[in-house]
Design a protein around this ligand. Structure first.
Ligand code: IPM
Ligand code: MN
Length: 354
């Protein structure tokens, strides 16, 4: 099988973590006889520097024509004064919207050996496996906004079909897990949340009767993620709440650098990217954690290319490397020598059994 992957390394640490992830993708694809054709394009600040726009037409076209897209990270202080619709982040938002990637899957699990590196008491985190499903093309991110000298506004809007499609995907994924969905909203205050709650209830109750659905407010969800994270399985939420809660949830795993994501729509291609940002303060030093990027390749193999065995082998290799104490600077304890980005990638390659 021949597949095309468009790669968008982006800004800051994006190119470094992308290089490790792609090295691993190339090695695995050779082993399993998947013929991968990668083409690299500019997005974010790197695209602004070259073409004055964060999502050049050529980049979008290449993405549309590919089977999967891999993105490193976008943004950085260099572009912070650019007007809002031309900022690096807008490139990523436009890409998500243009490809209708409405569901963003962000799995969070505890890794053996890393629990002690989290800010939590010993024994507090045991074998967590949470799937955050974040709606990705609606809400505050895409509503009308404006700013004048004296005031500014952003609007949050959701339609019933937008909520239905992400709820339906959550229902499908929940049936392959423990059949429990916790839907997060702020229905005591917001109309969009009341529509969200009613629509999610209808879709799940009508179409997935074996799934247990509970609703909680976002402020309580933020607290329970810390106090009793083991009570969550699928956490379904709208765009902005999902952005915030997934960064919070990353601390359960140990570091923001560990979390991958898959952004999926009704049709191909999917977009795979670590949830972390461009971390300009550590860019270019070969010290960034590539795990989120590498596990995004794992999600690409699983969701876009239906290569579950290869995906499992990669997951296992990453777990082994972490349990063996090969840790990047964001994870090491005092006095321990951190592995570089490339050393971590090397260790994963050595551990892949296929
Ligand atoms: C993420 C990022 C993006 C978001 C930014 C870079 C626009 O924080 O993928 O979570 O807010 O969605
Ligand atoms: Mn984010």
């Amino acid at each position: 099988m021949t597949v095309t992957v468009t790669t968008l390394p982006g800004d800051g640490i994006g190119p470094e973590v992308t290089a490790e992830a792609l090295r691993i993708l190339q090695t695995i694809s050779k082993k399993i006889g998947l013929d991968i054709c990668c083409n690299e394009h500019l997005i974010g600040g790197a695209a602004i520097d070259e073409f004055n726009v964060p999502l050049p037409a050529k980049t979008l076209q290449a993405c549309k024509e590919s089977d999967a897209i891999f993105l490193g990270a976008v943004g950085g202080p260099k572009w912070k004064d650019i007007e809002v619709h031309l900022r690096p982040e807008q490139g990523l938002l436009d890409l998500r919207k243009s490809l209708e990637l409405f569901a963003n899957l962000r799995p969070v699990s505890t890794q053996s050996g890393l629990a002690d590196l989290t800010p939590f008491k010993k024994g507090h985190l045991s074998n967590l496996n949470i799937l955050v499903i974040r709606e990705l093309t609606g809400g505050l991110y895409f509503g009308k906004r404006n700013r004048t000298a004296h005031e500014a506004f952003d609007t949050c809007k959701y339609t019933v079909p937008e909520i239905e499609r992400v709820a339906r995907l959550a229902g499908k994924l929940a049936t392959k897990r423990t059949r429990k969905i916790t839907s997060v909203d702020k229905a005591n205050v917001l109309d969009t949340s009341r529509l969200w709650r009613d629509t999610v209830s209808r879709v799940i109750n009508d179409e997935f009767p074996s799934v247990t659905l509970e609703h909680i407010y976002v402020d309580a969800a933020a607290m329970y993620l810390i106090s009793q994270p083991e009570t969550f399985d699928v956490l379904l939420t709208e765009n902005m709440f999902g952005d915030i809660l997934s960064d919070e949830a990353s601390m359960l795993a140990g570091s923001l650098g560990l979390l991958p994501s898959a952004s999926l729509g009704q049709n191909k291609p999917g977009l795979f990217e670590p949830i972390h940002g461009s971390a300009p303060d550590i860019a270019g030093q070969n010290i960034a954690n590539p795990v989120g990027a590498i596990l995004s390749i794992e999600m690409m193999l699983r969701h876009s290319f239906k290569q579950a065995d290869a995906a499992n082998a990669l997951q296992l290799a990453v777990n082994n490397v972490l349990s063996n104490g090969v840790l990047t600077a964001d994870l090491v304890s005092d006095g321990q020598k951190p592995a570089s980005t490339i050393e971590f990638g090397d260790a994963v390659l050595e551990n892949i059994q296929l």
